[in-house]
Every structure is written in structure tokens, then in C-alpha cells.
Design a protein around this ligand. Sequence first.
Ligand SMILES: [Zn+2]
Length: 274
Amino acid sequence: MGTGTKIGLGGIGGLIIAGLITLLMGGNIGDVLQQAGGMAMQNETVQEGEFSEEEQELATFSKQVIASTEDIWSQIFREYGIGEYPAPTLVLYTGTTQTACGQGNAAVGPFYCSGDQKVYLDLSFFQTMDRQLGVKGDNSSLAKAYVIAHEVGHHIEYLMGTLDKAHQRMQATNQTNANKYSVRLELMADFYAGVWAHYESRMFGSISDKDLQEAIDCAQKIGDDYLQKRSQGYAQPESFTHGTSAQRMKWFKLGYQTGDVRRATTFQESDATL
Ligand SMILES: [Zn+2]
């Protein structure tokens, strides 16, 4: 048993638990499904390879998180009249995997490929988070959910056209400027992860202050300046591709506090206000 608090994943996680309780009480699971209304149930997860027991636990958690993002982004798309939300596929793998964006492996961490609209997650990354980065939280913490919600944030960027536009500009400029576009894309994905957490909290009351602090700590520990100082002793701002710890925390928090997708303005900010 972990010591951290569980993030009660409203979405599908909550639904499954509610269904189980109903069955244990002799009720009919159909009632629970009906109560849940038009909740999205069809999101797809692909699991590659053999998983250890701990990995299986993380896989189950990851599926709950991706289901929650599907519920929430479907609702946001409806609310803002954007249309149907086409959810990404979650690919859980160990070792290496083939993607439309080339080969994926554990060293690159979780990533999103717009070529096939899939979120790739090597489950060993969560162990890296725990052991190397010292990110607190148990196997179902908000910090881990944030990692998935961030990748889904890139999928939102893709659907909004932001990702392709930025990639076109990045190809037409020098490395320093391309890195600046990259930082803005990453901070926007952090912002969208915050928006997801806002809805998750509002709809299901499932996020405590402690959960939130763990997620913010995680955002801090995956800042470029923090990681570079850890690995080489100093930080080179012009080589940043993901933003500083302060920036990552700021945009995640802004998404969490406002829950307003129109505030995803990382490309409108100057270097000084980003
Ligand atoms: Zn990213």
C-alpha cells in the first residue's frame, strides 16, 4: 500500500467503483451506467508486451486517467461548440515501440505522436519519476495523472491546429527560435493538463490540496532548468525546450485555477511574460 492519497478518478474509475459497489449490494449495474448518462466509454488502449504486477497496476491507472481526459475534453468541446472530441489512443508499452513518428523507447519518456494521434507511455517512466526525480505520490497520484494529461494536451494542440502551425515555423527557423516555439507548446500542454485537473476536481471533487501540490512539485521537477542543473550542474536557457520549473508550474496552475481553454495564450506572451 502506498502512503500518498489516491486521486479519485471520477470518470471511468469512479464509474467502475460505483458499479462494483452496486453489484456487491445486489443492485443492477445498468442503473449506474444510466446515471452516468452519455459518458464516453469507447476510448481505446493498446497494451504491448508482458507487464509485471506493478506495471499492470500502473496500466490500469493510466487507462482510468485517459478515460477521464476523454470524458472531460468531450464535455469541454461540447461546452465551447468545438464539436466531437476525437480521443487519442493510449499505447502502453515496455522497452521499445514503433510509431508513426519513429521508434519510441523508455529514454524519451512519454510522448504524443500527431502522425497516428496516439499517446505513448512506457510504464517504466513512472518508476523513473519515483526513483530518479523523487516525485512524491503513489501509483495512482495526480502527479502521474498529470504526465498523461500533459500528453493529451499535445493532442488538443493538434486538434486546434496549433501543433502543426508551430512545427512548420520551427522547421523554417534556427535552433534557438525553434526551442522557443517548443517551450510554448510544452507550456500550453501543461496548461491543458491544468484545465483537465480543474474539471476533474469540479466534477468529482477528487483532487485534494495535497494531490495538487504533488502535481505542482512534479511540474517543477521536470522543468528544463531543474533537469539540466541536475545532470550537468548548470542551465542553458537557449537550449530549453520545455520551459523552466517556474513556467511549468505557472501554466499548470493557471489551467487548474481558471479551467478556461481560452486562456491557452502561451504563443501570445513575450519571453518576459511567459
Ligand atoms: Zn510535452
